[in-house]
Design a protein around this ligand. Structure first.
Ligand SMILES: Nc1ccn([C@@H]2O[C@H](COP(=O)(O)O)[C@@H](O)[C@H]2O)c(=O)n1
Ligand SMILES: C[C@@]1(CO)OP(=O)(O)OP(=O)(O)OC[C@H]1O
Length: 160
């Protein structure tokens, strides 16, 4: 049975002062931002990894190397659009995505509708296909110490 395939993504980025905080395609106002070679949008990165994993097409760093100056500071929405092209070129469409952001502060719930609208537009899928959830880690670990943000995504894709 090859019609439906699932994929999983996990990623972490450091949080530091004087960096922008891009998450789910939008910029959050916060005293810390995410550090990476790209804009460090951890939610988009896990979506890319889950989709690539579902299609058995390696991972985000395989396609967009963090050693390549071409990707320095790049808007992760551009990478997501390229991943969607790879997935569709291989004959797949998205079933649904379910994601969890692990972040102590700030609260992201008020921003989730805007993130969903943004991602749905980039991916050309319905907002109903994208679930975004958030949790703190109750002040425990690197997330709890506000040293970093992590995220998880599971994705279902199917052959069209
Ligand atoms: N950065 C975050 C973290 C959590 N939320 C929302 O708050 C709820 C309670 O968080 P717990 O970690 O105490 O379970 C959580 O279910 C989310 O709805 C958030 O918006 N932003
Ligand atoms: C996105 C890429 C490329 O700019 O860089 P980062 O922003 O460092 O992100 P990460 O998830 O660590 O690795 C994937 C890289 O391909």
């Amino acid at each position: 049975m090859n019609a439906f395939r699932i994929g999983f993504g996990y990623d972490v980025h450091q949080l530091q002062p004087n960096y922008e905080f891009w998450l789910g395609g939008i910029k959050l106002a916060h005293e810390k931002g995410a550090v990476g070679h790209s804009d460090a949008d951890v939610l988009i990165h896990v979506i890319c990894d889950a989709l690539l994993g579902a299609a058995n097409m390696r991972d985000i760093g395989y396609h967009f190397s963090d050693k390549d100056p071409k990707y320095k500071g790049i808007d992760s929405k551009i990478l997501l659009a390229e991943v969607m092209q790879l997935i569709r070129d291989a004959g797949y469409e998205i079933g649904n995505l379910d994601t969890t952001i692990c972040l102590q502060l700030p609260k992201v719930n008020p921003h989730i509708p805007e993130m969903k609208a943004c991602l749905a537009k980039v991916m050309n899928i319905s907002e109903d296909s994208i679930s975004i959830k958030a949790t703190t880690t109750e002040w425990l670990g690197f997330v709890g110490r506000e040293e970093g943000v992590s995220a998880y995504c599971v994705a279902l894709i199917y052959k069209v």
